[in-house]
Ligand binder design. Structure first.
Ligand code: GYE
Length: 372
């Protein structure tokens, strides 16, 4: 049941290696339709568009100046976070399927193994190779100004994908991803509705330190905690978005706390590890147990556990984001302006027998209808 990260590991490359053939047949990528022009109509970055680069800004030899219409292959570098979770594996596959040779791309995919310094150097390598476009899924939100300035000086459009950076938006072309604060708030709002006034003693297994997914989900959930005076967050520790990390943190929580009724895991893999730790300690969880588990991601296995009533609420983050990135690149190739920010929408799911204004009730049909 608990998935191993084989497919992602098979695609790991520590150097900028072309792995476009690693994915299987293309799934239809998510359509880049859910843009939020209202949120950012004017902050387009025409200077970053290949068509508008001047020789002074971008050496004439860079392929960034060649539009797709010329028939040239478009080179894209993707500095991916790593292979820490099922979500990441689905996200990687989606990029490899979308930016495939058949679709006219040469993808330089680099798994940065959750190492910020490696990720910065990876982006520098993409700049040196004069790739047409650079996609970055930032491991951490801080520390990006210098290398983003270097990419801008080289005239290479940068797409910040999945997670956010804490940097001046003029340093990159566009950003896209889920609203992590809204995800945290959805989890909290659902919990308030479900508990209906009962006390909550909460343990939080956070994601990777400094990642915007962690910061946002924590902030959003805490916004709702602040409205509920009978809720206490007993502890909050990083499980690094991994199953092993979730298990380790839960084991240590179990040693320190005996009176808790809610465990919030900031992704599905951490929830699998937390369940293993509670199983070993004889602690019951789920709709028929003593502890409510809230998870994030809503990947296939996470939703199977939700359908089984083990995870009570699972807040989605849609990993199929490459279509949005491709939509941006196509616009830039056509010399069109792009939105500064594109929201990838998501929803929440709850175990059978629960109805919620914040979440969809799980059924086999819902699970079967999912693309990941
Ligand atoms: O929740 C987690 C992954 O950035 C949204 O990263 C992503 C998070 C996702 O490792 O499973």
């Amino acid at each position: 049941m608990k998935k191993k990260l084989v497919s992602a590991l098979m695609c790991v490359a520590m150097t900028a290696t072309v792995l476009a053939g690693c994915g299987n047949s293309s799934e239809p990528a998510a359509a880049p339709a859910e843009t939020t022009p209202a949120a950012a109509p004017a902050e387009t970055t025409p200077a970053a568009a290949p068509a508008e680069t001047t020789p002074a800004e971008a050496p004439a030899e860079t392929q960034a100046a060649e539009p797709a219409a010329s028939g040239d292959v478009i080179t894209v570098g993707f500095a991916q976070v790593g292979h820490e979770s099922d979500w990441r594996a689905a996200n990687t596959k989606n990029y490899q399927d979308t930016f495939s040779a058949e679709n006219g791309y040469e993808l330089s995919f680099v798994d940065c193994d959750n190492d910020h310094a490696v990720q910065i150097e990876t982006v520098r390598g993409f700049i040196e190779q004069e790739l047409d476009y650079i996609c970055i899924a930032p491991i951490q939100s801080a520390g990006w100004d210098t290398v983003l300035q270097e990419a801008k000086d080289a005239g290479i459009p940068v797409l910040i994908v999945d997670r956010a950076v804490d940097a001046d938006p003029s340093l990159y072309t566009t950003a896209l991803g889920c609203d992590m604060v809204a995800e945290g708030e959805a989890a909290g709002n659902w919990l308030a509705e479900y508990l209906n006034g009962e006390d909550a003693n909460i343990l939080v297994i956070e994601g990777s330190v400094g990642a915007s997914a962690t910061l946002g989900r924590t902030e959003g959930f805490n916004n709702i905690v602040a409205n509920n005076s009978n809720w206490t967050v007993l502890d909050s520790q990083s499980g690094d978005f991994t199953q092993a990390g979730g298990q380790e943190v839960m084991e240590s929580f179990i040693k320190s706390y005996s009176d808790f009724n809610v465990v919030v895991c900031q992704n599905d893999n951490e929830a699998y590890g937390a369940m293993d730790a509670m199983d070993a300690a004889g602690i019951t969880y789920g709709v028929d147990g003593d502890v409510i588990i809230i998870s994030f991601d809503a990947t296939h296995d996470g939703l199977q556990y939700t359908l089984d009533g083990k995870i009570t609420c699972n807040v989605e983050c849609n990993p199929l984001q490459a279509g949005f990135a491709e939509g941006v690149i196509k616009k830039l190739e056509a010399g069109e302006a792009v939105d500064a920010w594109t929201l990838v929408e998501d929803e929440a799911f709850v175990a059978p027998g629960i109805t919620s204004e914040y979440a969809v009730t799980m059924s086999q049909e819902v699970l079967d209808g999912r693309a990941y």
